[in-house]
Design a protein around this ligand. Structure first.
Ligand code: HEM
Ligand code: NAG
Length: 547
């Protein structure tokens, strides 16, 4: 994780169990903040001095005298992502080194050649590393998301096989249809009828939690069903993710480690939430095994969720538990984050909305008639463009196993944190041209100069656009994510028109473990008349363009 995350986490929501502890936590937070502020200034000072000395002609960040740094850091504290982006853009090779006394040296890059080197060329030298896996280890155990080396490779092979299986895609599709028809559309329909405001982000998060649970666990938590009580499992995931994010934000890892050892405060709560999650999943494994013993599911009724598949393969219970928890963590908030920004951007770009609508209702002419119904290249382009500006994973860090030199000449020392920065890369003019800041679906659709096919079809280099990471550890759920996002986008857009409650507001991008829209997206919805029957089959998941 990038050190700047420390400053962007909400600390006011610190839920202390009693007032005195709450107060202590508050003081603790303030002290941490002040320490962190001081460290940042020192770091910037050191950094700017070093930077100047290393690159003589550099148009790097201004040198900040001590007080100037304080002011500057303070001024930038709510826009740290953009501040980093500016520093990266100003660096001749779009790479900066954050070097401070007593802390891990961090290389942050937005340079595609470096990114390719880290994620592919010298992949073996850039594992997630212990500083990262420590933070998530209590929750994720040895699940794919949180291990390196052999442990990772074995799971990757196994899981990519399952992810490419037809049965899983069919299951996802069935779940999406059911969840949309039974819950999402009725919920929006009700809001439309009553004229109520709804928080689109909240709705989408519930939707994606239901979907990921049904696909990976084979059970329906019913998050989106108003008739069911709020599920404990979802709450446990939320609480655990929040506490773990704060672990990552702690100025010194020793603080949370000590709290964990003592079993106090947030660490005690975390332990409880993890217990809830682990027990729920273990129960499911036991029940599923019993069903199998009783042959509840014969050959025809065989379950194709990931948990059942792994039981069938005969893996140990704990390994199955850790794997499915990794899927839920990886797959729950990412698609909902992308979709939240997508819906908001379309309210800002009604012309794009019209284009997408034309495509998903089958008015797109040629591409539709030519059997390209499943392609939805405008929608695909709009989603890619959304995630370019608002990547669900804003940055991702590795830790160097050995010293190295990046292609741009940046020196990496053993143990350094090496971060590739999706958010900044999406905004680099060196990658996207002078209009990098504009929401332009067209950049994915126009035919290239030498008659190259459009990016949405041909794919842009994943090293320029590492929104799903790239190389051997590319997101396993990418295709599934596109299927889900397209399904939701077309289902909603065909039936409803969305209007933000506060139309003038420019929402804040909050890079928690997964990016969120701060405060959610409150909207009112209007029915678009009758749903259009022509495109009753919204998409054929197998016909998606490869990004
Ligand atoms: C728009 C949606 C999504 C985006 C932008 C996204 C992005 C990413 C990124 C950046 C990583 C690398 C993170 C890291 O290594 O720390 C990753 C890994 C992963 N993602 Fe996704 N993801 C999305 C949806 C999904 C979904 C729906 C699933 C389904 C279960 C999923 C499963 C995974 C898994 C299993 C990994 C770990 C792969 C490995 O370590 O080998 N993702 N994803
Ligand atoms: C959205 O509405 C809820 C409930 O009315 C409110 O608490 C929240 O602050 C609103 N969010 C924004 C960003 O306005």
């Amino acid at each position: 994780m990038l050190p700047l995350s420390r400053c962007s986490l909400p600390t006011s929501s610190n839920p202390g169990p009693g007032p005195s502890l709450g107060f202590l936590l508050h003081v603790h937070t303030m002290i941490c903040y002040v320490l962190w502020l001081a460290a940042c200034c020192l770091l910037l000072l050191l950094y700017s001095v070093r930077f100047r000395s290393r690159i003589s002609h550099g148009n790097g960040p201004r040198t900040y005298p001590l007080i100037g740094c304080l002011v500057s850091f303070y001024q930038n504290r709510w826009r740290l992502l953009d501040w980093y982006t500016e520093m990266l853009a100003a660096s001749p090779t779009q790479t900066i080194v954050v070097d401070r006394l007593g802390a891990r040296r961090t290389v942050v890059t937005a340079n595609p050649v470096n990114v390719e080197h880290i994620l592919k060329g010298n992949f073996g030298n850039y594992p997630k590393g212990k500083p990262f896996t420590d933070i998530l280890g209590d929750l994720l155990g040895t699940g794919i998301f949180n291990v390196d080396g052999e442990l990772w490779y074995a799971q990757r092979k196994l899981v990519s096989h399952e992810f490419s299986a037809r049965a899983l895609r069919d299951l996802e599709f069935a779940v999406l249809e059911d969840e949309a028809r039974e819950r999402l559309v009725p919920a929006l329909g009700l809001a439309a009828a009553r004229g109520d405001a709804v928080d689109m982000q909240d709705l989408l998060r519930r939707f994606s939690f239901d979907v990921i649970c049904r696909v990976s666990l084979g059970v329906d938590p019913g998050c989106l069903d108003p008739a069911l009580p709020a599920p404990r499992l979802a709450a446990a995931f939320d609480a655990a993710a929040g506490i773990i994010a704060r672990r990552g934000a702690a100025p010194v890892a020793a603080v949370w480690k000590a709290k964990r050892a003592l079993g106090v405060g947030s660490e005690r709560m975390l332990r409880e939430e993890i217990r809830v999650i682990h027990e729920a999943v273990m129960d499911l494994i036991r029940i599923r095994k019993k069903e199998r013993g009783l042959q509840v599911n014969d050959a025809d009724g065989r379950r194709s969720d990931l948990l059942s598949r792994m039981i069938e393969c005969g893996y140990p219970d704990e390994m199955i538990r850790d794997m499915v928890i990794s899927f839920i963590m990886a797959g729950r908030d990412t698609t909902s984050s992308a979709l939240t920004w997508f819906f908001w951007l379309l309210t800002r770009h009604r012309d794009v909305e019209r284009e997408v609508l034309r495509e998903v209702t089958g008015g797109g002419g040629a591409s539709h008639a030519a059997g390209g119904q499943g392609k939805m290249s405008v929608l695909h382009a709009a989603l890619c463009e959304t995630m370019r500006l608002y990547p669900p994973v804003a940055w991702d860090s590795k830790h160097a196993a050995a010293g190295d030199v990046l292609p741009d000449g940046t020196r990496v020392e053993r143990g350094d944190r090496v971060t590739y920065f999706q958010y900044g890369m999406g905004r680099m003019e060196s990658i996207w041209g002078a209009n990098a800041a504009d929401f332009s679906v067209q950049r994915w659709l126009s035919i290239g100069e030498d008659n190259a096919p459009p990016a949405a079809v041909a794919g842009v280099s994943p090293f320029k656009y590492p929104v799903f990471q790239a190389g051997p550890r590319t997101c396993l759920g990418k295709e599934m994510a596109f299927v889900q996002m397209k399904f939701v986008a077309s289902t909603v857009l065909r039936r409803f028109e969305i209007v933000p409650v506060d139309e003038g507001r420019v929402p804040v991008f909050l890079p928690l473990m997964t990016a969120h829209m701060a405060g959610g997206l409150n909207v009112t919805v209007r029915r678009r008349g009758e749903p259009i029957a022509a495109a009753a089959t919204p998409l054929d998941p197998s016909a998606d363009p490869v990004l």
